[in-house]
Design a protein around this ligand. Structure first.
Ligand SMILES: [Mg+2]
Length: 311
């Protein structure tokens, strides 16, 4: 059976109309499915957990398709009881859509639906884990990226400001990221710290952000980790540090236009695991969902794979 976990609130309420279009196609083609609508944050985690637990018990292979923004995909991923009985798929409605962009999704939602329903093929893909703080907290999973510093502050501002809703309402959702990004740049404070990359300690000065990637893009189209590849079992870490905060502007522009990030202030690392310490608490995010200021985070490639339905 194919189960759809639908977030109707995604993309400032556009999720509901995208689902209506998808459902019409499913009915037209007589594709069997079950619908599970989310009503609040955390619902997709619970639904994914219930469905995947049941699949493991009964031995029935199921497809769980998240429909929403990258945050919805992240929730579904966090709820999954991983087994060879569960395939994960994703139909993006979000304005950020870094997952679909990274995975070269087609632009048409109905093409995506066809690929999911007509003899779907799966591929094993990686996901990351992040522990917040120094205590052995529960791990959060992510499918795109997680970060500390400026990139997370932008996510935080996007979730709380009306800028995103406004730009979505005039179909210029991407612009919201740029406008909020500039606003946050003026507020940003740099922090010193260090990180330990697969056991090797690296001192850091004037960090504006550190992003850890399974997929190359984050923040609604910024390619901070061109070498990130979701099948190599590695995390790509992008560190922006050392300059004054306005040194970030050319880097952001290059990332947005998919140019090489050749800047003395940008460093990339490939690793299995990174521990990051900031001397002052900084905002953190996983897949664009904000977790609040932290001084310490541990990020890793999970070492596990998801059966992902190719689109
Ligand atoms: Mg990788």
């Amino acid at each position: 059976m194919t189960h759809f976990i639908v977030n109707p609130q995604s993309r400032s309420g556009k999720g509901a109309s995208v689902w209506a279009e998808v459902e019409k196609q499913l009915k037209l083609k007589h594709n069997p499915y079950e619908l599970h609508m989310t009503t609040c944050q955390g619902d997709a985690v619970k639904l994914a957990r219930q469905l995947s637990n049941k699949a493991k018990e009964t031995g029935e292979t199921i497809n769980i398709i998240g429909l929403g923004g990258d945050g919805t995909l992240c929730e579904v991923l966090n709820g999954l009881n991983l087994s060879d009985k569960v395939n994960l798929g994703y139909l993006p409605t979000g304005s950020g859509n870094d997952f679909g962009r990274s995975m070269h999704y087609p632009s048409n939602i109905l093409t995506m639906v066809e690929r999911i329903t007509d003899e779907p093929e799966t591929m094993p893909i990686d996901f990351g884990t992040v522990k917040l703080g120094t205590k052995p907290f529960d791990e959060n999973r992510f499918s795109v990226s997680c970060g500390i510093g400026y990139d997370a502050a932008v996510c935080d501002a996007l979730l709380t400001s009306r800028v995103k809703t406004f730009f979505n309402s005039i179909h210029l959702g991407k612009l919201a990221y740029l406008v909020v990004g500039l606003m946050e740049l003026f507020k940003m404070k740099l922090s010193d710290g260090y990180m330990v990359v697969d056991g090797k300690r690296i001192e850091l000065q004037k960090v504006s952000f550190i992003s850890c990637h399974i997929q190359p893009f984050e923040g609604g189209g910024f390619r901070f980790a061109p070498n990130a590849y979701a099948q190599d079992g590695l995390l790509e870490v992008c560190v922006m540090s050392g300059g004054n905060k306005f040194a970030l502007i050319p880097v952001l522009l290059k990332a947005l236009f998919k140019a090489r990030l050749n800047s003395p202030y940008v460093h990339h690392y490939s690793c299995k695991k990174v521990y990051i310490h900031m001397d002052t608490p900084r905002s953190t995010h996983t897949d664009g969902e904000v977790h609040g200021p932290q001084t310490d985070i541990t990020v890793a490639d999970s070492g596990q794979k998801i059966n992902f339905i190719k689109i």
